[in-house]
Design a protein around this ligand. Structure first.
Ligand code: ZN
Length: 260
């Protein structure tokens, strides 16, 4: 028994090393509005380096090649150079969705259609990029009352829920409730329950063009959700799932027949 345990620990370590090696090929850009952390002392205390800084640190430990970009940088930090060197983008925004320039949104949308992965976090449900890609209102019910949230795994075996048990429990979170104004997800991996009695589709997978999109609900700025290791695990899994697999340019338009 002891030998078997030892072997299993070694295997796990080896797998972890292999995973870190694979992840290092995935270039992640973490985009954050980065206003609350500068303007609200209680948020700054939770995220002194910004939400993007906390996520970058966690994801670097998993071996990803990370960079960050924020709203108030020129071009919101999303220059053509950055966009073309991004395999998966994370998006957190809340109070300043309207300040994101339409031409940058169009460029991000094009990158997604061409194969870049996009992970939209929490209040990013109302971001221009998510609404553009979904084509619906993306509206929902909400309440800032520190409800307990239980995110039930409804797709065990899905790569995004790997390493997560039956559920993730967050003692305090903002409540989001149905009906959520999104198109039917291609795959639903989490459903949340809140102490107020509401439920919410909190982990939703989509494909748009060649790009994979994952919406992940938790992450209100006044709660230390992004320090939670299970939440970090889901985001890390989602990055690996959303990383592009198609690298060749598609041949489209007027096409001669293959058979003469
Ligand atoms: Zn919130």
């Amino acid at each position: 028994m002891k030998g078997r345990e030892k072997y299993s620990i070694c295997t796990r370590k080896r797998l972890a090393i292999m995973t870190t090696h694979v992840n290092s090929n995935i270039r992640v850009t973490i985009w954050n509005e980065f206003r609350h952390e500068r303007e609200m002392p209680n948020v700054k205390e939770l995220y002194p380096q910004g939400i993007h800084g906390t996520l970058a640190e966690a994801l670097s430990k998993d071996g990803y090649t990370t960079r960050t970009a924020t709203l108030d940088e020129p071009e919101h930090g999303l220059t053509d150079e950055v966009l073309s060197a991004t395999d998966v983008m994370l998006w957190w925004g809340h109070a300043a969705h309207r300040e994101v320039k339409d031409e940058i949104v169009a460029k991000v949308q094009k990158r997604v259609l061409d194969g870049m992965g996009l992970i939209v976090l929490h209040s990013g449900h109302f971001s221009k990029i998510f609404k553009t890609l979904m084509g619906t209102t993306c509206d929902l019910k909400w309440r800032e009352s520190g409800d307990r949230e239980r995110l039930w795994v409804v797709a065990p075996g899905h790569p995004i829920t790997e390493g997560i048990g039956d559920y993730i429990q967050l003692e305090h979170e903002e409540m989001y409730g149905e009906p959520f104004g999104i198109p039917e997800p291609d795959e639903l991996v989490f459903v949340s329950w809140f102490t107020g009695g509401e439920v919410f589709r909190s982990g939703c997978c989509y494909t748009r063009g060649q790009g994979k999109i994952f919406y992940f609900r938790p992450g209100h700025e006044t709660i230390p959700t992004y320090h939670n290791t299970e939440v970090q695990r889901v985001i890390s899994n989602a990055i690996r799932w959303a990383a592009p697999t198609v690298t060749r340019a598609l041949i489209l338009g007027n096409t001669p027949p293959l058979e003469k």
